[in-house]
Design a protein around this ligand. Structure first.
Ligand code: HEM
Ligand code: HEM
Length: 303
């Protein structure tokens, strides 16, 4: 596919904008009517389903420079096989339902040219993902071990306000943390707290207002190690506990968070994927005599 074709698809996705949930519902109607067995993979409530559809389109919007993000798409394929129990033969019904939903939404605007662009872009991404799926061990029982989602959690936490408060506290600490803080130099703390909140609210079963890329893409140029993820988790755990939430909720929150780690974690600079010419991997050197953040006791008094 040419750069122009990919650009056409990206523009089309941008134009769908806030109508995305409408297209999403149409997509699932076609997909699950024709392939009821796929509801084992596409489970969850409307918010969860919309989020998955949104993620798929967000990834397709990102492939303008596919050659540069190939490694990231392969990892995405691996996660589909290993974590979501997706098989290669699932791509064809997904594509068919997507094309039908686009046709329904765009009407005459879905020109022959635009259709061909979608057709080609979907296939080139799907082919990379399928190759990665074939290479990886598939989820054993054929059932997705769905992480990254807990549909009732927002209510249990007490709503979006509480999530935002916790994230503000979290970023306050992390921006000043001697090691992790290095990633955030020059970043806008309030904006990040808002975006992180929108993202997690969707993962906790609330409305999806997050319009950024999926975490795997956002962080693909950053060398984020397991040790850093664990240090970040300690800070997050404290920020949640400070709110006085029960340990059960703390654990559920962190389980959702950990569901995104596989897409972020790297062991060397070589695994970083650069999005554009001139970008360089973001690597934070561990400070000498670094002391990892320690976790304070729970305030909830229930353990
Ligand atoms: C070109 C095709 C596709 C693209 C670009 C795509 C992209 C994505 C992205 C970016 C995510 C977010 C999670 C992550 O980064 O790991 C995701 C999640 C998911 N995808 Fe796909 N996908 C595609 C095809 C499929 C197919 C064919 C299926 C199954 C029939 C599928 C099922 C899922 C499921 C079940 C999840 C999510 C789980 C969750 O968030 O709980 N995807 N997809
Ligand atoms: C040690 C681990 C992590 C580090 C160092 C890190 C660092 C960052 C940085 C520097 C940004 C700002 C990117 C930019 O504006 O260019 C960012 C954004 C973001 N991160 Fe992370 N992150 C980590 C883990 C995670 C995890 C586990 C998640 C998901 C649960 C996550 C979700 C997000 C989201 C949603 C954004 C906002 C993206 C946007 O601008 O739309 N991060 N992260």
């Amino acid at each position: 596919m040419s750069f122009e074709n990919r650009q056409q698809v990206a523009t089309c996705i941008e134009d769908i904008g806030s109508d995305i949930n409408q297209v999403s519902q149409d997509f699932y109607r076609h997909l699950l009517q024709d392939n009821p067995a796929l509801s084992r993979i596409f489970s969850g409530n409307t918010a969860a389903l919309n989020r998955k559809f949104f993620n798929m389109l967000a990834a397709l919007k990102n492939v303008k420079h596919l050659e540069k993000i190939e490694a990231s798409i392969c990892q995405l394929g691996e996660r589909h096989g290993q974590q979501y129990a997706v098989l290669n033969e699932h791509f064809s019904p997904v594509k068919k339902a997507l094309m039908t939903a686009l046709e329904g939404y765009l009407g005459d605007g879905f020109t022959v040219e635009l259709r061909q662009a979608w057709d080609g872009v979907f296939d080139e991404v799907a082919d990379l993902m399928k190759t990665a799926i074939s290479r990886t061990r598939h989820a054993d029982d054929g059932l997705p071990s769905l992480t990254g989602y807990d549909g009732d959690l927002l209510q249990a936490i007490g709503g979006e306000e509480v999530v935002l408060r916790i994230h503000r506290r979290f970023y306050d600490v992390i921006f000043d943390e001697p090691w992790l803080g290095k990633f955030f130099r020059g970043k806008h703390e309030t904006t990040l707290a808002r975006k992180q909140t929108e993202f997690m609210v969707a993962a906790f079963g609330g409305e999806n207002r997050y319009r950024g890329d999926t975490p795997a893409f956002v962080h693909m140029h950053m060398l984020i190690t397991q040790e850093q993820l664990e240090a970040r988790e300690a800070i997050l755990r404290d920020a949640i506990r400070e709110e006085g939430l029960s340990e059960e909720i703390v654990e559920r929150w962190l389980r959702v968070d950990r569901g995104f780690w596989a897409g972020l974690v790297k062991t060397s600079e070589e695994e970083c994927v650069l999005k554009c010419f001139g970008q360089y991997p973001v690597v934070a050197k561990k400070p000498d005599a670094y002391v990892p953040p320690s976790v304070l006791p729970s305030k909830a008094g229930d353990d």
